[in-house]
Design a binder for this molecule. Sequence first.
Ligand code: IPM
Ligand code: MG
Length: 355
Amino acid sequence: MEMNIALLPGDGIGPEVIAQAVKVVKAVGQKFGHEISFKEGVVGAAAIDATGDPYPDATHEICAAADAVLFGAIGDPKYDNDPKAKVRPEQGLLRMRQKLGLFANVRPTFTFPSLVHKSPLKLERVEGVDFVFFRELTGGVYFGEPRGRNEQGTKAFDTNVYSKEEIVRLARMGFEAAQKRRKVLTCVDKANVMATSRLWRETVQELAAEYPDVKVEYEFVDAVAMRLIQWPKAYDVLITENLFGDILTDEASVISGSMGLMPSASLGSNVKLFEPIHGSYPQAAGKDIANPLATVLSAAMMFEYAFDMKEEAKAISDVVNLSLAEGVVTEDIAEGGKAYKTSEVGDWLAAKILG
Ligand code: IPM
Ligand code: MG
């Protein structure tokens, strides 16, 4: 099969981790006989530096014409500490999601037996945790209008807005995923306070009738923030709005003890996007020390979700598991053992796939 992949390395450690994913994807292509071509585009702070725009039209064209997008990371400290900056790297990411129609962000949390002791939670709480968030990605308060300040600049406002249609399409993905898993869906909202949340709950209640095999639970977001660390095994599939999902998926990503390992997929249109959950980790940029495994596992998700190639996806997750078992890992998880360089881990994984 012919596959066209857009590469958006982005900022910080993005280019380094994407380079390892590319080695692995190429190895999979060689082993399974797929013709894979790559086209690279700039995004984020790197794109602002190059063009003044964090998501230039040229990059959008590359993404829109691709079968899938592999994305590194976005963000640069020089913008974080300047609230007055007119253009921000993050705007590029939001615009990209919106223009590509990527309304669902799928963020799994699962554990690796060899790393589970690194979890901030007690072993018995975290062993066997396996849940997945479906975060709404192109609506809510991140996009709602009006937004801004009053004339004096002394008041600021954002608008949270959801249409029924936006909720239905995200919720259906959650229901369908639950049907293929343990058949429990949790709708996370703040329906005791917010009108948007009441529409979410009402809409999910209506849809539930179409999925009688799925048990639906409704929980308030503040309670979920607590229960996620208290009883993470209680969850299977969680659906939620953009802002709640942003916050809770960061919380969820450290539960397994290895944020450097958690991949994600953004779905909704013909082009699907895959990216590690971690950020641009600017302190490590260019040092060849960042953990590339989350990006490599994002490439595995790409084979499964974008190309329906389960064997190829499994070939990648198998070698990742092997690298963990054999200690071919970067310094963040080396634990006194040898710390491999980012590029060495990528070379090792690619060689194992072919070997
Ligand atoms: C994420 C990130 C982004 C978001 C930022 C960088 C805009 O935190 O993907 O979760 O808030 O969606
Ligand atoms: Mg986030």
